[in-house]
Design a protein around this ligand. Sequence first.
Ligand SMILES: Nc1nc2c(ncn2[C@@H]2O[C@H](COP(=O)(O)OP(=O)(O)O)[C@@H](O)[C@H]2O)c(=O)[nH]1
Ligand SMILES: [Mg+2]
Ligand SMILES: [Zn+2]
Length: 232
Amino acid sequence: MSLNIDMIEVRADLEEDNDRYALLVRELLRREGVCLINLMASPGAGKTSVLCRVIDALREQFSVGVMEADMDADVDAQTVAARGAVTVQLHTGVSCHMDAKMTLRGLDAFPKPLPDVVFLENVGNLVCPAEFDVGADWKLMILSVPEGDDKPLKYPLMFTVADCMLVNKIDTAPVFDFDLDRCENAVRALNPNVEIFPVSAKTGEGMDAFVRRLTARIDAALREKRGEKSQC
Ligand SMILES: Nc1nc2c(ncn2[C@@H]2O[C@H](COP(=O)(O)OP(=O)(O)O)[C@@H](O)[C@H]2O)c(=O)[nH]1
Ligand SMILES: [Mg+2]
Ligand SMILES: [Zn+2]
């Protein structure tokens, strides 16, 4: 005979709580006319290196902010701040992902007026950052060549939720057995609409095409938010 034990569905509560904060993030972004991009990848995939290229490429057109989320330290924040981005460092402590509540706190920490575009460099992790809607306009993920072309099969959720995927470190392709077609096919089977750009943050290869797409996405997000604002 089994005993009657109370069950509490905390997961549903947590999701509900996150959704509520994600809504508050979206309200803030609309109110302030800001585009938020959630950048996710494994540790070492090249998030900070890509951000440095992007900060350089966007600075003429947009003011750029970066929210660095790490369990500890501020090395990446130092790097992007030196590059000219308005920077906020978040320490997530034991948490290996960002949620919407932490994102809201991070946005609140920026000096006003907020930058046109804020990049959230999420905690290096291919698993749980994918589970949390932080209220971003665009989910950008990076897979780097040395990680292997089988990662979409092992971490399907991340590749499913991404709007755009960079295959970074293509300069190292001769050293690794990375099959770009096999990788793309695996990702498209999960996420037919994902946009994919092979790049190298080291050599700059492929970055122009990606920056053009990124600029168009930021433009569209800002027009939508600022257009709505001027109507009221
Ligand atoms: N060869 C090569 N190395 C890269 C590239 N992008 C980043 N790296 C190197 O990969 C390491 C991790 O990069 P980083 O940007 O710190 O990754 P993050 O942990 O995802 O932010 C550093 O040593 C970078 O110099 C690339 O496109 N090609
Ligand atoms: Mg980094
Ligand atoms: Zn986590």
